[in-house]
Structure formats: C-alpha cells, structure tokens
Design a protein around this ligand. Structure first.
Ligand code: 4AD
Ligand code: MG
Length: 482
C-alpha cells in the first residue's frame, strides 16, 4: 500500500477506520508509557499511538522517547480521549532511530521552551519544532500561491542567472565571484586585477536582482516573472535584511505605473488569501503564538489585531496610494518629526525614507498598507522612468504594517536617450549593459515591474519578527553556518 502521511490519515480517517495501517514519524512525547504523540512533519497535528506496554518488549518501550523515530503498525480506532478523533492501537513498533541521550540534552529537541536565538544556532534541528514546521509549511504555501497567481494571469516563469556581470540596482552591494587563487591573483601591468584571466574572462558577481534579464524576456514573452535567490553585500544587521534572500520579480510589457500598482495589490491579496484558505491549522497555531508574544510586550507596543485578523483586514482593505511628495508633507508635519522622535529626522523634500518613517505612515497615520509613488530620481535606480517634472521617477514601494517596504518597483525608462542620460548621471556603464540597451532599440515599449522580498512577506504572514526565522538557513553578516 502507498505510504500515507499523518495529514492524510487524519483528514481521511474514515477510509482507514478499523483497519490496520502503517505510520511513520518522530515522537513528540511519550506519556505514562502508554500514549505516543507521533508527528511526521506533514501537519502540525500529531497522531496518537496507544501502547499497551505489557504486550511489547521492554527494550523497545525503553527506547521510545522524545525525538526518536518509529514505524508503527496498528489499528485505527475512534479515540477514547478528548483532543483527537482517531488514534492507533499499536500492534507492532519498530524503532527506526533512537537517541544519543546525552547529546540530546543539549539540543533544542528537548521538550521545553527555547529562545529563537537558541533555535537559530541549531537551524538544522528546528524543522522538528512545531513553530518552524508551521513557518516552513506556510513558506511552501506562499511559494505555491505565487506560481499559481502568475500562471492564472498568463505570466511565464523565467529563470534568470545567479552569476552575472551586471549590477542591476547600480548600488554596488555585490558579492564578487572568482576562481582565482586569492593568494596569487593575476594582475595587469598597471597593477589591477586581471579578470580577463578569470573563469568567465570578466568580472562577475552574484546577482542582486533578476530584473534586467527579466526585462529582456518581457520584451518577447510579454508577461514574465522571475523567482530565485538574490544576494546583497549590504552590511545591515537588521531583523529585515538577509545577505541571501528570495525575490519574485514580475515584468510586464505595455504596463504603466498604475497597472503595476494594481498588479502588486492583487498579487499580495491573492497570496495572503491563499494562505488563509489553505494553512488553517498552522495559522491558528501561529495566531496563538502571536497573541502570547503580545502579552509580554509593553502595552503601547502591542499589536492592535490578532495575526489572522490582520491578514483578513489586509485582504479586505484597498491599499492607500500616496505620492512621495504627499508623504514627505505628512512626515514633516508629524508630531514625531517635530518632537525629534525619529532617529533620522526628515528635513526636506528629497530625503530617503527609513523604515521608521515607512512604519509611521503605515501603522500610525494611514493604518493600512500604503503604496508610495513618484520618488525623487536621485534616491532611486537608474532604470526608472523619468516624470515630466524632471525631478521624480515612476517608482513605487509597497509598505506593510510591521515590515515597512515589502515591494519595490517602477515603470521603466523605455526612451533610450533619456535612459542614456540617466545612466551617465548615475555612473552606470553603458558598455556592460549593451544587451539591455538593445531592448530600447528594437520595438521598445512602455513596461513596468516590481520585486517582492519573499522573506518579508513570510514575516508578515507568519507574525514572526526576525527575518532569520523565516528562511531555513539564514545568511547574514558574520554568519553562514550550515
Ligand atoms: O527594492 P529592491 O532593491 O528592488 C529591486 O531589486 C528591483 N530590481 C525590483 C524590481 O523592480 N524588479 O528590492 C525588492 C524587494 C524589497 O522591497 C524587499 O522586500 C526585498 O526585495 N529586499 C530584501 N529582503 C531581504 N533582505 C534584503 N537585504 C533585501 N533587500 C531587498
Ligand atoms: Mg527598494
């Protein structure tokens, strides 16, 4: 018979009721030498195994403890106790893996409360915990919903390269890549590194964004999206930055900024609604955890809504659309700014917004997700379309409560002369991007796109607060274990 997960067994228990079945899993707890809570990762719910210890070898019983793994054959019966519909009366138990008992003492598998920091140090074991099981099942559901949304809307997924010679954001926050022996790097006559002798015959780096390659694909396929890892060597040790993160980047031919904002709003709502509909058990668990967490916070820092309630509200509300200029006015006139409450006070138009300003707008002022658009050209990337005022570009950022920026995007500069001028001003080498320039030479069209930081969305949906806790193996400054 085909192996069944515990999720399937619990969902379709009527099919197996009063039958003997085989189940596999890890022991979550073993109570009174009689009740095993077994979990196989397929769901947050455990399957209860009832053991009549007199019928079993003592040696086997002694080896069953939290974390050990079992194969159990037994009959599915309606449960006598509260808390579960069905349970299994064990007929045969096979220990697949028992524990190194002494070492187990020092792991997060010990059944007690561990700090998130401690869990992070044992990231290879945290998949076994209820919390991280829930987080990573939700992460999967979000990933699936993303592909589903774009597929439904006639987009094609394009796999853009991880190794590239371009700096897509022009921000210079790249991890270089080389196959040189770093103790013996070939140099040119004038003492520079001679990349012509390197693996690719040129300087390369890990990509910061698939956008530029994505744009070339959109110029033939129309609607595309990329979905892959991206890398940033920004030394920001915050709860919202990773050195390696996953980004989703749709790019659409013939779209303008308004279309782009509509797409971002529909997209986020679809994904969140999908999680509400398909991750009920995990969300309920995360919702309870979220509520518990609030209790330990000072009253004024507590969230106004529960996790599930927050997700429902975001889906129901229309996002506020506000120009950068309006936002600066609001910030300049805010009590917070006047009383010096911001770490980075806003002094004038042109200021780059920090996460404290974004969160003020979203959480205090509008109490809703906000889309800011038409930013000053000097604080945004070279490829964004210049407005007629010559001062602002058709940029957009989607700001979320508790997160700040979750999406960044723009309408693109499709006019080659304007693009050239911008690149010159911003010191972006045209030669390196000759292929990008080509897209503006042969049937250039208006187009627009954006990038969603996957982990920031997972933070929002799970109610977790540190980005290191929503990616299996986080890469951050001075940390690349596992
Ligand atoms: O705003 P960013 O830098 O935009 C781009 O890279 C564009 N090429 C996107 C596009 O238009 N196609 O990054 C997009 C999003 C941010 O809004 C944020 O959610 C996330 O990526 N992000 C990060 N997430 C985690 N760690 C980091 N270091 C991040 N940097 C950006
Ligand atoms: Mg951005």
């Amino acid at each position: 018979m085909k192996k069944q997960t515990i999720k399937e067994i619990l969902q379709d228990y009527k099919k197996v009721l009063h039958h003997d079945i085989t189940v596999y899993g890890w022991v979550k707890s073993f109570r009174a030498n009689r009740f095993i809570a077994l979990n196989d990762g397929s769901t947050i719910n455990n399957l209860q195994i009832v053991v009549d210890f007199e019928n079993f070898d003592k040696e086997i019983i002694n080896k069953i403890s939290t974390a050990s793994s079992l194969k159990v054959i037994g009959e599915v019966v309606e449960s006598q106790g509260a808390g579960q519909t069905v349970e299994i009366i064990a007929k045969k138990i096979i220990i697949l893996g028992d524990n190194f008992t002494e070492e187990l003492q020092n792991t997060i598998l010990q059944p007690k409360k561990h700090s998130l920091e401690k869990l992070r140090e044992q990231a290879h074991l945290r998949f076994r915990t209820n919390l991280f099981g829930a987080v990573f099942r939700v992460r999967h559901a979000v990933t699936f919903a993303i592909h589903s949304f774009f597929t439904k809307n006639h987009f094609f997924n394009i796999h853009t390269p991880i190794i590239t010679g371009a700096d897509a954001e022009g921000a210079g926050e790249m991890f270089g890549l080389t196959s040189f022996d770093l103790n013996n790097v070939p140099k040119t006559e004038d003492g520079q590194v001679d990349y012509s002798q390197d693996f690719f015959g040129k300087q390369t780096n890990l990509t910061v964004s698939g956008q530029l390659e994505g744009e070339t694909a959109a110029m033939g396929l129309g609607r595309i999206y990329t979905f892959g890892p991206t890398f940033r060597a920004e030394n920001s040790n915050t709860t919202r930055h990773l050195a390696e993160f996953w980004m989703v980047e749709p790019e659409v031919a013939f779209n303008n900024l308004e279309d782009n904002i509509d797409l971002a709003e529909d997209f986020l709502k679809y994904v969140i609604q999908y999680v509400l509909d398909n991750c009920k058990d995990d969300l309920e668990f995360l919702d309870k955890r979220f509520a518990e967490e609030q209790k330990s916070k000072p009253e004024k820092e507590r969230a106004k809504e529960g996790l599930i309630e927050k997700l429902q509200n975001v889906v129901a509300k229309r996002f506020m659309r506000v120009s950068y200029t309006e936002a600066i006015d609001i910030l300049l006139n805010s009590k917070e700014n006047k009383k010096g409450k911001f770490q980075f006070p806003i002094e004038s138009w042109g200021a780059d917004l920090q996460s404290e300003h974004e969160r003020f707008l979203v959480e205090k002022h509008f109490e809703s997700p906000v889309v800011l658009f038409d930013y000053p050209k000097d604080i945004k990337a070279f490829y964004m379309r210049l407005n007629d005022d010559n001062k602002t570009v058709r940029a957009m950022d989607v700001l979320f409560p508790g997160i700040g920026e979750i999406i960044g995007g723009s309408e693109r500069e499709e006019r080659i002369e304007v693009l050239r001028q911008k690149m010159k001003e911003m010191h972006v080498e045209e030669e390196e991007l000759w292929w990008y320039m080509d897209t503006r030479k042969f049937g250039s069209v208006p187009h627009a796109g954006f990038g969603l930081g996957l982990e920031r969305l997972i933070l929002f949906v799970t109610g977790m607060t540190n980005i290191r806790d929503v990616i299996p193996f986080p890469r951050t400054p001075k940390s690349a274990e596992f």
